[in-house]
Structures are given as structure tokens and as C-alpha cells.
Ligand binder design. Structure first.
Ligand code: PHE
Length: 331
């Protein structure tokens, strides 16, 4: 074998014995023995100086040397790869060791409720939109036909911001005002979101969630709002309900009603609804001769409490892991 091939093999062997063999080092040896400045290349270059009769044989010999060198390099790479695999396989594993517990988070029940209700609305052809939580008294009250001195406006149940004449919205009905300002009828929107009132006990929280629905069209009527509201609750709760509509009052709807459902032998208040008051439509410059509307607002927290059998609303906001992890299944 030619001395160059031997030298190359030795170079590889010495790297192996000093355990410095790496792909980079192998490539360095490759360029040393096969590269432009290698002895082999200069021998190829000097072929032209040989007499014609010797040139062919010498050329063949050099080609054999090149092949032999290339084989040494390829083998070195293969050995390296094998050594890596052997090292990985030789790691001892203990199959009896206990596995690390996988901790999987879950979506909050209210997030699940938002998602499910939005899906139901979308499947019924509604646009699901959101509105701001900080509002002007105009959008929260006056555009919705609240008289100037309506008790709901007092500090008692509204969080007013001190800096400007702004407040935290007390209901999602504000989004009706936004929607009517932006779009001409026919309108079909659903808007879930957080609302704020100064209330705090087992069934009231100062921040809670509602989903509002507004439809404005040429032939809206009260039986449609009743049907839609009941269907929405039944679709979300997954069962037929025993319910009643109680006449009620909201400044922005006329006539107005509240929906109660029978739950564990008691009537539970779940939603407010009604035909949009003509004053609200007029304020939004909607032709009341042509269009009518209906709206309802449902408490999302109440719905979630019913769905999951929760007695105290406050657990929804306390973030106890033991409570929340029960919703893993729902993912
Ligand atoms: N905004 C009312 C509330 O928060 C609910 C409601 C919405 C009533 C739409 C009628 C129509 O109590």
C-alpha cells in the first residue's frame, strides 16, 4: 500500500486513540490528504512531466491511491457514527423507575363556556363580537334609554372611574350601541364579555360575565326572542328545560321579560330579554317604521354554575387548583 494511504490511516488511528475523533477532525484529515495542497494533488500535477510511456501507469496508480484514501475517510465517518450509536445504546435505563407525573393544565370553566356559547351562536348564523369594558355613561345608560336619574346609575351599583367621566360597563348591552353605530340593519350579533357591578355574595360577584344577543330586522317579534333564548340555554346545558318568562322592566326593551329556569326544585333567574325600545333604535338613527329588534342578556357564570353543578359562584374566581383540575376532561 502506498505510504500516503498508510499516513492517512495512522492520522485517523491516532485521533481515535486520543479520543479526539470528530466529523470536523476527519474532514481536516481529508483536506490534508485529498485537498488542493495535498501531496496527492501535486503528484497528479507532475504527471504531465513524465514521459508519455509511463504517464498512464502512474496515473492509474494515483487513482488507486485516491480511492484508497477516500475509503479511509468514509470508514472513519462510519466508525464515528457507530461509536455514537453504541454510546447511546449503552446508557442504562431503569424501567422500574416511577415516571414523572405529567401536569396538564386545563381551560377555565368560564373560558369553556365562552367558547361553547360562541360556537352555538355562530352555528345559528350570528356574528360574535366584543366591546370595551370601560365605557361612557352615554353608551352604558343614556343611549339605552335610561332616564337621567335612574337608580342603576348611582354609585351603589356602578364602578365609576375618578379621572374622567368613564365607568366599568354594568352590562354587555353597551355593545348594542357600538354595533348599531357601526352597522346598518339587518343585524345579528352575539357579544360575550365581562361586566362590573358593586355586588358580592354567593350568587353575585363584582365582576361577572354575560352574553348579549341583538337582532334587528324587518320582522322581529317577541316569540323569536323567547325561542332563541330557550334554545341557546338548552343547547349549552344539553337538556330540555322547565322555564318561565316573567314580565319585567328594562329601559332599553319594551315589552321586557326575565327568564327563570327550574333547577333543583327552585326557580333561578337566568336572563333578561325583550323587544328593543324604539327610543334606542331612534337614538341609533335606525328607521323604526322599517325595523324592529329584540335583545337578551344571559349570565354566563350562572349558566356555567348550572352546567357544572357549582353552588357558590366565587369558586369560579378563586383559582384553586383542586377545583380547576376537574375540567381537564372537558378539553
Ligand atoms: N342588560 C340587562 C342586564 O344586564 C339584560 C338584558 C339584555 C335585558 C338585553 C334585556 C335585553 O340585566
Amino acid at each position: 500500500m502506498d505510504e500516503i494511504v498508510l499516513a492517512c490511516q495512522e492520522a485517523i488511528e491516532s485521533l481515535k486513540s486520543s479520543s479526539k475523533l470528530s466529523a470536523f477532525e476527519i474532514d481536516q484529515i481529508k483536506s490534508e490528504f485529498l485537498g488542493k495542497k495535498s501531496e496527492l494533488t501535486s503528484r497528479f500535477k507532475s504527471l504531465k512531466d513524465l514521459p508519455g510511456s509511463e504517464r498512464q501507469a502512474a496515473g492509474q496508480k494515483l487513482n488507486q491511491i485516491r480511492q484508497a484514501l477516500e475509503a479511509v475517510i468514509v470508514n472513519a465517518h462510519a466508525d464515528l457514527e457507530k461509536a455514537k450509536i453504541d454510546a447511546e445504546l449503552s446508557i442504562k435505563i431503569d424501567p422500574t423507575m416511577q415516571a414523572r407525573q405529567k401536569r396538564q393544565g386545563s381551560l377555565h370553566p368560564l373560558t369553556l363556556a365562552y367558547m361553547e356559547l360562541s360556537q352555538i351562536f355562530t352555528s345559528m348564523g350570528f356574528d360574535v363580537v366584543e366591546g370595551p369594558e370601560i365605557e361612557t355613561p352615554y353608551r352604558n345608560f343614556f343611549a339605552l334609554n335610561f332616564p337621567e336619574n335612574h337608580p342603576a346609575i348611582t354609585m351603589h351599583d356602578t364602578f365609576h372611574l375618578t379621572e374622567q367621566d368613564l365607568l366599568l360597563r354594568t352590562h354587555t348591552s353597551t355593545v348594542q350601541v357600538h354595533a348599531m353605530a357601526k352597522h346598518q340593519p339587518p343585524l345579528r350579533i352575539a357579544t360575550p364579555g365581562k361586566v362590573y357591578r358593586c355586588d358580592h355574595d354567593a350568587t353575585h360577584s363584582p365582576m361577572f360575565n354575560q352574553v348579549e344577543c341583538l337582532v334587528i330586522d324587518e320582522d322581529c317579534n317577541f316569540s323569536q326572542v323567547k325561542w332563541l333564548l330557550v334554545k341557546l340555554c338548552e343547547a349549552y346545558l344539553g337538556k330540555a328545560l322547565e322555564y318561565r318568562f316573567r314580565p319585567s322592566f328594562f329601559p332599553f326593551t319594551e315589552p321586557s321579560a326575565e327568564l327563570d329556569i327550574r333547577w333543583n326544585g327552585k326557580w333561578l333567574e337566568l336572563a333578561g330579554c325583550g323587544m328593543v325600545h324604539p327610543n334606542v333604535l331612534k337614538e341609533a338613527k335606525i328607521d323604526t317604521q322599517k325595523y324592529r329588534g329584540f335583545a337578551f342578556g344571559v349570565g354566563i357564570d350562572r349558566l356555567a354554575m348550572l352546567k357544572y353543578g357549582i353552588n357558590d359562584l366565587r369558586v369560579l374566581y378563586e383559582n384553586h387548583v383542586d377545583f380547576l383540575k376537574q375540567f381537564n376532561e372537558s378539553l
